[in-house]
Design a protein around this ligand. Structure first.
Ligand code: FUL
Length: 520
């Protein structure tokens, strides 16, 4: 993937708006419209900016280096393990005795090995769920593994998981529930915020590099009958200070929840969306972290032209799609026969990774502390189907011609297997036709398209047609592409394919294109 340094700072289109936007309009010879100094994953938009300029600006917002590294992982794991594993519940009360936590054969290496073999790239462990029981010996509470019989109170699940991930070559992430049904200070907002920050600090300083911090929004009343007010910006500061490479999910400004727990993202999935923000106290504001207000990101349409038209702020805020391999988030023996089949997991993969998202698949270990055999079987079968499907790109070796190409970014870059190169148009042309002449006839039923998101997400509508000897026949069409789009369609046999970018927010880009035959 083509990389360019992002400033990571906030762009303010204030009184300099006309300057900024006119800059955007004067295109450089490479076809790019924004100079590197203006690139950011966030912009503020003053009132009165015409809709078409907002669209143009949206098309030039880019991921931060951390967001890009996260997106490129594509498929990552959630591991729900904790008190609920032993009480057979989904949400604990916080009154459970630590003596109940006692895995009989805890094996973090098995988790890491299975997930690695299945092709997942990171493991996010529930260090503390809503019941407040800590899987590490926190200095902030007695309600932890230290008070359990497991390894005579000397165990540390978080440490063993972090080490197993490192050994296996997986990234490691942390889920720390702000809602804590055990902690006595919960509800006393300043005291609990301090407690939460201390716990975060313990997790982010003692266990090596952390790739993602997962903040759930659940909130309740504490024993004092008061609702806890979370001090989110102060939590972000701890993450940024202790783990500058980590992305913050959910109630944080880096990654958004896709909006369901089914594993299915939107057909039209924009990574640039309007953001709710606080009024900046100082201009330009120091960073998005200071302005970000966690908002509802569950609507069907988040980033269309209509949605961004009235935005005060726009940010690169990509979708993470979380789903469990079983009906529950935690392990329940009663669900051993309800593990999702490889076919269902494939459908989820195409509807998450294949819709410009990252798939976060939960695989909950059992009371032994093992990933269950049934889950392993589904995961490995899925891996085999994925590997076989994507082994041969049937369009590689094709000749490609574009109706328009930038001389520095020619159409052949799409097929060169180097993600650092890409095709784009010259002169800011927004629609284009690409014709691929295959060396011989091929049969396929799956297409893959990738935009070079390092310069922004732009494509709004495209179609794919095949040549039948007499004319072009439409076989599939789509709206957004983004980092990756996968589309399935009835089997098509041809030696000529035509891709039309019908509508785009500025010059389109494509870094990769593939045609495949689905394996079973
Ligand atoms: C939810 C939690 O309440 C569930 O238990 C689970 O952890 C899921 C991933 O997030 O909000």
């Amino acid at each position: 993937m083509f990389r360019r340094k992002s400033l990571g700072a906030v762009l303010v289109i204030g009184f300099t708006a006309s300057l900024y936007l006119s800059c955007c309009r004067s295109r450089s010879s490479s076809g790019e419209a924004i100079t590197p100094a203006q690139e950011s994953n966030f912009v503020l938009i003053p009132s009165g900016v015409p809709a078409e300029k907002i669209v143009y600006t949206a098309a030039h917002i880019i991921p931060s280096p951390n967001q890009l590294a996260w997106q490129e992982m594509e498929f990552i794991a959630f591991v729900h393990f904790g008190m609920n594993t032993f009480t057979d519940r989904e949400w604990g009360e916080g009154t459970e005795s630590p003596s109940l936590f006692n895995p009989t054969d805890f094996d973090a290496r098995q988790w890491a090995r299975v997930l690695k073999e299945a092709g997942l790239k990171m493991l996010i462990v529930t260090a503390k769920h809503h019941d407040g029981f800590c899987l590490w010996p926190s200095q902030c509470t007695e309600h932890s593994v230290r008070s359990s019989p497991w390894r005579q109170g000397k165990g540390d699940v978080v440490r063993e998981v972090a080490e197993a991930c490192r050994e296996a070559g997986l990234k490691f992430g942390i889920y720390l529930s702000p809602w804590d049904r055990h902690e006595p200070t919960y509800g006393d907002s300043p005291a609990y915020n301090e407690h939460f920050r201390s716990q975060l600090r313990e997790l982010l300083t003692n266990y090596g590099e952390v790739g993602e911090v997962w903040f759930d929004g659940a909130c309740g009343e504490g024993p004092n009958g008061k609702r806890q007010e979370y001090d989110w910006p102060s939590y972000y500061r701890v993450v940024r200070e202790c783990q500058p490479k980590a992305v913050i999910f959910g109630m944080g400004p880096d990654l958004r929840w896709v909006g369901t727990e089914t594993g299915y993202g939107r057909e039209t999935e924009w990574s640039v969306v309007p953001m709710e923000i606080r009024e900046p106290m100082i201009k330009p504001a120091p960073s998005l972290d200071d302005l970000f207000i966690p908002g509802d990101m569950t609507a069907d349409d988040l980033g269309s032209r209509g949605k961004i038209a009235g935005a005060r702020a726009l940010a690169w805020y990509p979708a993470e799609t979380d789903v469990s391999i079983r009906p529950g988030w935690f392990y329940h023996a009663s669900q051993d026969e309800e593990v999702k089949t490889p076919e269902k997991l494939m459908d989820i993969y195409f509807s998450s990774v294949g819709r410009n998202g990252v798939l976060l698949l939960n695989v909950p270990p059992d009371k032994r502390g093992h990933i269950h055999e049934n889950d392993i079987k589904s995961l490995m079968d899925m891996r085999r189907i994925l590997d076989t499907t994507f082994q041969t790109n049937l369009v590689s070796g094709a000749r490609v011609e574009a109706s328009n190409e930038n001389e520095d970014h020619p159409a052949r870059s799409i097929l060169d297997e180097d993600k650092g190169t890409y095709w784009t148009t010259a002169g800011g042309v927004e629609s284009a036709v690409l014709e691929f002449a295959l060396p011989e006839k091929q049969t396929f039923d799956l297409a893959m398209l990738q935009e070079n998101i390092c310069v922004g997400q732009r494509v709004e509508e495209f179609s794919l047609e095949s040549w039948n000897g007499k004319g072009w026949v439409l076989f599939v069409q789509g709206t957004t592409i983004g980092y990756k789009r996968l589309l399935r369609f009835p089997e098509t046999t041809t030696d000529k394919v035509r891709l039309t970018i019908i509508k785009c927010r500025t010059s389109p880009t494509l870094s990769a294109f593939g045609l495949f035959k689905l394996a079973s």
